[in-house]
Design a protein around this ligand. Structure first.
Ligand code: URA
Length: 203
C-alpha cells in the first residue's frame, strides 16, 4: 500500500484530508480541490461516478451540478434515499481543458483512474457497502478493475472479492446530451428503473 495510506485511514474525515493532499497524478494541479466521497460511513449503497464536474470542483461536493440533479431525481424515483447513500467518484479531481473562459470536462485516462483507485479502495474499506452502482465506463473500470461494455452489462450482477454486488448503469451525463426530449424522458425512466433494479438486488 502507498505511503499516503499507511497507517490505514480510519475515518472518512481523515480520508478526505489525505485526498486533498493527493499528488498521485497531475490532475490536482489544475483543480480547485479534491472532491471526496460523501455519505454515511456505513451506507448500504455506494454510487460511483466518473469525476467531479465544474460545479462539484468549486463546491467540493460530488454530484451537485446538472448530472447530480438528474441523479437525485432518479434516486428518488427508485426509492433510494441519497442521504443514506455514499456518493463518490472514481477520480477525485476535476479534469478539464480551457475553452476561452469555460472549463470543459475531459474524460480521465486509464492512468489517472488507476492512480486514484487507492482512494476508492480506502472508501470501500471504510463504508463496506452491500451494493455499488457504477455510473458509466470510467466508474465501472475503477470499481471492477477492468473495462466492461456498458450496454452488455445492463442489469448484470458483478461481484467484488469481498462479496459486494456491483451493477453498472449509464452515467447521467449521457442523458443530458440527448437532444430529443421524448427520448430523454424514456432514457431517464430507464435509468431510474435500472437504479431500482440494482437496489433490489443488494443483500
Ligand atoms: N459527474 C460525475 O461523475 N461526478 C460528479 O460528481 C458530477 C458529475
Amino acid at each position: 500500500m502507498d505511503a499516503e495510506l499507511r497507517p490505514p485511514i480510519r475515518s472518512l474525515g481523515r480520508l478526505a484530508e489525505a485526498e486533498e493532499h493527493c499528488t498521485r497524478c497531475p490532475l490536482y494541479a489544475d483543480a480547485t480541490q479534491a472532491v471526496p466521497g460523501e455519505g454515511p460511513r456505513r451506507a448500504r449503497i455506494m454510487v460511483v461516478g466518473e469525476q467531479p464536474g465544474d460545479q462539484e470542483d468549486r463546491a467540493g461536493h460530488p454530484f451537485v451540478g446538472p448530472a447530480g440533479r438528474l441523479l437525485d431525481q432518479a434516486l428518488e424515483n427508485a426509492g433510494i434515499d441519497r442521504g443514506e447513500t455514499f456518493v463518490t467518484n472514481a477520480v477525485k479531481h476535476f479534469k478539464h481543458e480551457m475553452r476561452g473562459k469555460r472549463r470543459l470536462h475531459k474524460r480521465p485516462n486509464a492512468y489517472e483512474v488507476e492512480r486514484c483507485h487507492k482512494w476508492f479502495e480506502a472508501e470501500l474499506a471504510l463504508v463496506k457497502p452491500a451494493l455499488i452502482v457504477a455510473l458509466g465506463a470510467t466508474a465501472a473500470r475503477s470499481v471492477l478493475g477492468r473495462p466492461v461494455p456498458i450496454g452488455k452489462s445492463r442489469r448484470k450482477r458483478f461481484e467484488l472479492a469481498g462479496g459486494t454486488a456491483v451493477f453498472v448503469i449509464q452515467h447521467p451525463s449521457a442523458l443530458l446530451r440527448i437532444r430529443d426530449s421524448a427520448d430523454r424522458r424514456t432514457q431517464f425512466r430507464r435509468f431510474s428503473a435500472d437504479l431500482r433494479h440494482a437496489a433490489s438486488q443488494a443483500g
